[in-house]
Design a protein around this ligand. Structure first.
Ligand SMILES: Cc1cc2nc3c(=O)[nH]c(=O)nc-3n(C[C@H](O)[C@H](O)[C@H](O)COP(=O)(O)OP(=O)(O)OC[C@H]3O[C@@H](n4cnc5c(N)ncnc54)[C@H](O)[C@@H]3O)c2cc1C
Length: 407
């Protein structure tokens, strides 16, 4: 109903985007976004990229300026932590005591860094404050150890190396980004980092954190001025679990992004959903998922969208001036076919589950990436695998053109 009260828990990209999309979809009822950080909703991707290089303020990162929310009658409350959801009375209780009634509740509580026992004094990178602390610590010649070879760790490694720091990345698995990328792409990125002076140690864990460095399982001691840890995230799903919603490494939603309570939805990093594109159960940590899921849920609440959520997952990363773009989602073990020569410039890697295209990883190949998103949105079973594997065939040429009738 157009005048329903919508309460959004979580003031990140997914929460803010839900509120913005609700107004765009014509929802005229009260919208309140409750975020426990001290800032208006902001974009996190620059925290491991531009923010570490330049002395900028947080304003440039805001999803929208304060005036936008005022103009669109969206109440955004910062420093407002929701501590309980009462599904009987349909209220969200704030730490400070007040309880807000809702007709629709959207959970957009995101994720937090996975803690590593013993690493309590180390830096991490999730918030604006974390980025400021890291930026202050980075200087030429300093020794930085990054525990975890995920996207955030590798992006920080790239920036730190460019500043002139001595950087070592310690990854517990046998290659960086193993869960996200093909072995070929991991190997390519490891090579790029090494060329740029970053030491990458794989198949190693930190056995102890000491003053002035870390000790690896092998016994090697890595001296460090700063140690930062990025070993993945955990979803902020406790609120949902305590409210009796189904939670399994994230808040479980159906293909419309609705939780086990029909008045409660979940979007963004915290939502585990059945992905209709990949046929897999996913919880995505990406701007694309946060933004597209927000638009879908807003449309469902406003009544302008019908049917399930269906969007091609995509993601980007920047390391040492290379732009990695991923369309779709592959699982470990999915086959990889390289198109082009990684040693000599832009290239793409098609990932196949059986004979079906499930993802395309590209380096500096924006056109292939956009084409891949279109291919993955269509009938992948109908694609010609030989053509997909042939670097001489542009992926864009495989995108079905709409059939045009004769004038
Ligand atoms: C350093 C970094 C770099 C990244 N780079 C990229 C990139 O290059 N490309 C890409 O696609 N993605 C990137 N991401 C991921 C992307 O930023 C996330 O997927 C996106 O922020 C998810 O948005 P969200 O709103 O779901 O969650 P979040 O951004 O985590 O926001 C959730 C908010 O809810 C708040 N909250 C939690 N519980 C409560 C509560 N009980 N009451 C009130 N508030 C609460 C949290 O404090 C937080 O402010 C990056 C992330 C990080 C940290």
């Amino acid at each position: 109903v157009i005048d329903d009260r919508v309460v959004v828990v979580g003031g990140g990209l997914a929460g803010a985007s839900t509120a913005i999309a609700l107004r765009r979809a014509g929802h005229s009822g009260p919208i309140t976004v409750l975020g426990d950080e001290e800032h208006l909703p902001y974009q996190r991707p620059p925290l491991s990229k531009a923010v570490l290089k330049t002395a900028s303020g947080i304003d440039a990162l805001h999803v929208r300026p304060a005036a936008f929310y005022a103009e669109h009658d969206i109440r955004v409350r910062t420093g407002a932590r929701v501590v309980a959801v009462d599904r009987e009375s349909c209220t969200a209780a704030l730490e400070e005591g007040a309880a807000l009634p809702y007709d629709h509740l959207v959970l957009a509580t995101g994720t937090r860094p996975r803690p590593l026992p013993g690493a309590e004094g180390c830096l991490e990178l999730r918030t604006w404050a974390d980025a400021l602390a890291l930026r202050a610590a980075l200087r030429p010649g300093m020794r930085l150890v990054l525990v975890g070879g995920g996207f955030v760790g590798l992006e920080v490694a790239a920036v730190a190396a460019a500043i002139g720091a001595e950087v070592t990345v310690v990854e517990g698995l046998d290659r960086v980004l193993r869960r996200a990328l093909s072995p070929e792409m991991s190997a390519h990125l490891e090579g790029v980092h090494r060329e740029e002076g970053v030491r990458i140690v794989t198949g190693e864990t930190v056995s102890s954190f000491e003053d002035g460095g870390v000790v690896l399982g092998s016994g090697e001691r890595l001296p460090a001025d700063v140690v930062a840890v990025g070993i993945g995230v955990v979803p902020n799903a406790e609120l949902a679990a305590e409210a009796g919603l189904v939670v399994r490494d994230g808040i479980v939603v159906d293909d419309e992004l609705r939780t086990s309570d029909e008045r409660i939805w979940a979007v963004g990093d915290v939502a585990r959903f059945p992905c209709l594109i990949s046929g897999r159960d996913l919880r995505l940590e990406s701007v694309q998922a946060a933004a597209d899921q927000a638009v879908h849920v807003a449309g469902r609440i406003a009544g302008t969208v019908a049917g399930p959520y269906r969007a091609v997952p995509h993601f980007w990363s920047e390391q040492h001036g290379r732009r990695l773009l991923i369309a779709g989602v592959a699982a470990e073990g999915d086959e990889a076919v390289v198109r082009g020569d990684p040693a000599s410039g832009p290239f793409s890697i098609c990932r196949f589950a059986g004979d079906r295209l499930v993802a395309v990883e590209t380096i500096d190949q924006g056109r292939d990436h956009l084409a891949a998103r279109k291919l993955l949105a269509g009938d992948t079973a109908a694609l010609d695998r030989a053509a997909l594997e042939d670097p001489g065939v542009a992926l864009a040429s495989l995108v079905a053109r709409p059939v045009t009738g004769r004038a």
